[in-house]
Design a protein. Structure first.
Length: 169
């Protein structure tokens, strides 16, 4: 009787979707950079949710919560997309910080309007990056990832619009 473990195959080494391993790695890198930006933005939004002080506290507190919940969903979806195309998702804070275009707000507790402005600026950075990444994925003949990133861009455009509605001019 053979009690040895059955061999398990790495299914990702057999992916045959018409995209080469080299192209899949480029797409994985694009997605992982987006994952990092989303995660840092999620953390910054959660920080502001916890630390906002303003006469509009209740509204802003709830608003930031809604925003970080949307970002948490996006983080999960991007990590799953990385896996779906055959890559591995980055998953450490060090990796996120080093590869994100969004910067942390370490040791800073800005006023509410500055928080809103900072988040708006960060979303706009993400939107511009996604526009570039969509074109890159189309050039790599990966319409699936291009469409996925288009959906993410539209989500950030809506979050940016919502942020603008709170900013007092």
């Amino acid at each position: 009787m053979n009690k040895s473990k059955p061999k398990t195959m790495n299914i990702f080494s057999r992916i045959d979707t018409g995209i080469s391993r080299e192209i899949m790695q480029k797409i994985t890198n694009i997605l992982n950079d987006n994952l990092a930006a989303e995660y840092v933005l999620l953390t910054k939004t959660k920080n502001y949710h916890w630390n906002v002080e303003d006469p509009r506290f209740n509204d802003l507190h709830k608003f930031f919560e809604e925003q970080y919940e949307l970002l948490a969903t996006a983080v999960d979806e991007i990590a799953e997309r990385v896996r779906a195309v055959g890559g591995k998702s980055r998953a450490t804070l060090k990796e996120f910080i080093s590869s994100s275009q969004i910067k942390e707000d370490v040791g800073s507790f800005p006023d509410a309007d500055t928080m809103l402005g900072n988040l708006l600026s960060d979303h706009e950075v993400v939107i511009k990056t996604l526009r570039k990444n969509i074109n890159e994925c189309q050039d790599l003949n990966d319409e699936g990832t291009a469409n996925f990133l288009t959906d993410k861009m539209e989500e950030h455009e809506k979050m940016a619009w919502m942020l603008r509605s709170f900013i007092i001019t």
